[in-house]
Design a binder for this molecule. Structure first.
Ligand code: KIV
Ligand code: NA
Length: 272
């Protein structure tokens, strides 16, 4: 992104006005979100579910995210663009992890990467930040682990709460500029937000985070089903179906195209 918004702006906004983040997977949506004043566009691996027709995020590739990130960066002038690293693209080998994250900045013009985080991403986060790749951490429900966790709320026991708090601190110390907290109790998210100096951005994590993120398809009413913590602000699926059906009906009835959609070149009369 040309990047009017920087990771520093996001850090500094925390505690003043809530940070707004939406997912985006294409240039048009990115441009509209930018016009709407959204601070951060996350090119989420949720594209697996929303755009690519998979049941989970697991099949999403580095190429998928790189190509969509490049499109979002071309579409957005103001928002910070964050590329979401897909399943097994980080955490296997350090060199490979760095190369995959680096591609998002070098090739796709991302401003930062997001890693589904855990014990395995603490050192990697530190290394990426040393190299100049800003990192957004992601704790709580991390859907790339759905084979293990399903989509259940996380951090519901005192032990799990301590573990998430500890991981949040470790990622702050490692240099993450921001933490996403997904599907955790609001009182845990509030305490994590107090405990760390970097902004927290919640999804299904209550009102006390420094910002909020939702999947854009859920916000626009494009998703066939949305999680209970999402809120629908539009009805695009219905509007799209209506527009498409109206088009079909007019083509079938001959109402489209009308005179104003056609042109006649007089010199082409009587060709045969
Ligand atoms: O992929 C995604 O959309 C995400 C957000 C829900 C945080 O990771
Ligand atoms: Na994701």
């Amino acid at each position: 992104a040309i990047g009017m918004t920087t990771v520093r702006d996001v850090r500094e906004k925390a505690g003043t006005t809530p940070i707004t983040m939406l997912t985006a997977y294409d240039a048009t949506t990115a441009a509209v979100a930018d016009e709407a004043g959204i601070d951060v566009l996350l090119v989420g691996d949720s594209m697996g579910n929303t755009d690519l027709g998979y049941d989970t995020t697991l099949p999403v590739t580095v190429d998928d995210v790189a190509s969509r990130t490049a499109a979002v960066a071309r579409g957005a002038d103001e928002a910070l663009v964050v590329a979401d690293m897909p399943f097994l693209s980080v955490g296997v080998e350090e060199a490979e992890s760095i190369e995959n994250c680096g591609r998002m900045l070098k090739e796709a013009d991302a401003d930062a990467v997001k890693l589904e985080s855990g014990d395995h991403t603490v050192e990697l986060t530190e290394r990426l930040v040393q190299l100049g790749i800003p990192v957004m951490a992601h704790l709580g429900l991390t859907p790339q682990r759905m084979k293990e966790t399903g989509y259940a709320r996380q951090g519901t026991t005192r032990d799990e709460g301590h573990r998430i708090l500890d991981l949040a601190r470790k990622h702050e110390d490692a240099g993450a500029f921001c933490l996403v907290l997904e599907h955790v109790p609001a009182n845990l998210a509030a305490q994590v937000t107090d405990a760390v100096s970097v902004p927290t951005i919640g999804i299904g994590a209550g009102p006390d985070c420094d910002g909020q993120v939702l999947v854009v398809d859920d916000v626009l009413g494009l998703s066939p089903s949305a999680p209970p913590f999402a809120k629908q602000y539009g009805d695009l699926r219905e509007q799209m179906r209506g527009a498409m059906a109206a088009y079909r009906e007019e083509v079938e009835s001959g109402a489209f195209p009308a005179e104003e959609h056609s042109h006649v070149a007089d010199e082409l009369d009587d060709l045969y």
